[in-house]
Design a protein around this ligand. Structure first.
Ligand code: FAD
Length: 496
């Protein structure tokens, strides 16, 4: 394309991670005639949070993550968040099954595998886990989960964790065969490979979006820097999705939409202990989640994970939290300081004051030595040898700080879609539960930004073909739940 030439597209997506891949896939399935382009600043797809080593690869379905089921003051368990996340993950599996059936890849095992999900607690947390298990039994989607306080049973589920454990403390675990490990990097690459074979779709790597401004007719003028050219390329788009991961906050600010004002970002990086000993790797086959320590952010709950990365079996423990002022792993240390504006400085200060325990927790985490981290691992693997484990840097998550009328500013741990009132632009902020819920996030985004087309019979029929539970609650429809799970077992090669 000639330097400076303006091309008009239907949809322009910023960033080549799992979110843009999913939004682009849905758009092209719903209307193959749409002209869609994606720009990515790196020279590869899924180079940031969506890369397998940058996230934990847990197919978040709330089977093992204890922070999705908080305990109320009266001791009962609030399961609402867990039930929502389970429904979302079921939607993801449905779309992925549809795409594998359509030939996206030879087999689902290229990106997803059955790995049991286990929650493991000791001491006084045993009663919490029992109450959680009993509360989740009211929802049919969780009914295959098992609970046990028997050390023999726990040793069958996770021999590495039970080996050498003192017998005087009570222990308990839940175990679910429905659990999965997902290589979101492989999935993102498969989605983009499929998109690139379609007419009316282009992916430009090594192209950074630098500016965006709305024209009088509502379309967006987007300036993109191709590293080989001096002047930026200029595109016009009817719809823009800012799927730039941690950098989405800056681009949202650059868009100048009223709805995007007052947002700030607080980056939390991650670190893994990665096992190098094949014998140890072979002795564990589960994702074992514990309970968060007081003051720890929810995404820093430690877990011992069997992973399949690029088809290779691996064992990772973490994530340990770290602090960096970068919004992207391959970003700049100036990202956070330069993101502070007159609009967000007050919410950021208020959020800082209200989150002192988090700050203390992060400082403690950053100051940890290899032996400190090994000691945290030894709470899971009593005889872990320091020589078998090495430290690797995971991805960068940017937690959202937003204005709050009552307390000035709040730190949020979930994801949020911020869209303009005229539906021409939307950004995805935050990173939890993350890639697992990418399909439901993309559906929410389409409902926000394409409300009329989402109501048409053509789009609704296609959505139901791809995601049969769209618009339904599987928990209320046992026959549909069994049908979509059977489809996922067949198409994705899952055990349960
Ligand atoms: C430590 C850690 C553990 C996690 N564990 C899990 C887990 O177990 N399960 C789960 O489901 N999720 C997990 N997540 C969250 C998950 O990784 C993210 O939610 C998901 O990958 C986000 O995808 P994305 O496409 O929004 O962002 P990304 O994958 O970060 O993609 C954004 C892309 O935008 C590009 N970009 C940025 N700015 C520009 C620009 N100006 N122009 C062009 N391109 C740009 C970036 O280079 C990047 O490639 C974890 C995350 C972390 C950090």
């Amino acid at each position: 394309m000639d330097q400076g030439l303006i091309e008009h597209v239907d949809a322009l997506l910023i960033g080549a991670g799992i979110m843009s891949a999913t939004v682009a896939t849905l758009l092209k399935e719903l209307d193959p005639s749409l002209r869609v382009v994606v720009f990515e600043r790196l020279t590869r797809v899924a180079g940031e949070s969506s890369d397998a080593r940058n996230n934990a690869g847990t197919g978040h379905a709330a089977l093992c993550e204890l922070n999705y089921t908080p305990q109320r003051a009266d001791g009962t368990i609030d399961t609402s968040k867990a039930e929502k996340i389970m429904e979302c993950f079921e939607q993801s599996k449905q779309l992925w099954s549809y795409l594998v059936d359509k030939g996206m890849c030879a087999s689902g095992s290229e990106f997803i595998r059955s790995i049991p999900h286990v929650s493991f607690v000791a001491g006084e947390d045993v009663s919490f886990l029992r109450a959680r298990y009993e509360a989740l039994q009211n929802n049919l989607l969780f009914r295959s989960m098992q609970f046990s306080e028997s050390r023999e049973q726990l040793a069958c589920w996770m021999p590495l964790v039970m080996n050498g454990r003192e017998a005087d403390t009570p222990v308990a675990a839940t175990f679910s065969e429905l659990g999965t490990d997902v290589d979101f990097g492989a999935l993102t690459r498969a989605l983009f490979a499929r998109l690139e074979a379609m007419d009316g779709f282009d992916l430009y790597l090594d192209h950074e979006v630098r500016q965006l401004a709305q024209d009088a007719d509502g379309a967006w003028r987007v300036h993109v820097q191709d590293e080989e050219l001096d002047a930026p390329l200029k595109y016009r788009a009817n719809f823009v999705f800012i799927g730039a991961g941690g950098a989405a906050i800056d681009l949202l600010d650059a868009s100048d939409i009223v709805e995007g004002q007052g947002y700030g970002g607080f980056p939390v990086s991650g670190l893994w202990l990665v096992c190098k000993n094949q014998d140890v790797i072979g002795r564990h086959n589960a994702k074992v989640y514990g309970k968060a320590k007081l003051g720890a952010p929810p995404m820093s709950v430690p877990h011992l994970d069997t992973r399949y990365i690029g088809g290779e079996r691996a064992l990772l423990f973490g994530p340990f939290a770290g602090f960096s002022t970068k919004f992207l792993k391959e970003g700049s240390y100036l990202d956070m300081p330069t993101s502070v504006t007159a609009d967000n400085i007050l919410p950021m200060l208020h959020a800082g004051i209200r989150n002192v325990p988090l700050t203390i927790y992060l400082i403690e985490q950053v100051l940890q030595s290899h032996e400190d981290r090994m000691n945290a691992l030894r709470e899971f693997v009593a005889d872990a040898s320091s020589d078998d484990w090495t430290l690797e840097v995971a991805g960068q998550r940017v937690q959202v700080i937003k204005k709050d009328d009552e307390v000035g500013g709040k730190l949020e741990f979930g994801t949020e879609i911020v869209s303009a009132r005229d539906n021409t632009i939307a950004a995805l902020l935050g990173a939890s539960p993350g890639a697992s819920t990418s399909v439901s996030v993309a559906l929410d985004l389409l409902e926000d930004c394409f409300p009329e087309r989402m109501k048409t019979e053509r789009w609704r029929d296609k959505l139901r073909e791809m995601i049969p539970s769209y618009g339904h609650k599987l928990a209320k429809d046992p026959a549909l739940a069994e049908r979509v799970r059977a489809h996922a077992r067949r198409s994705l090669g899952l055990r349960a």
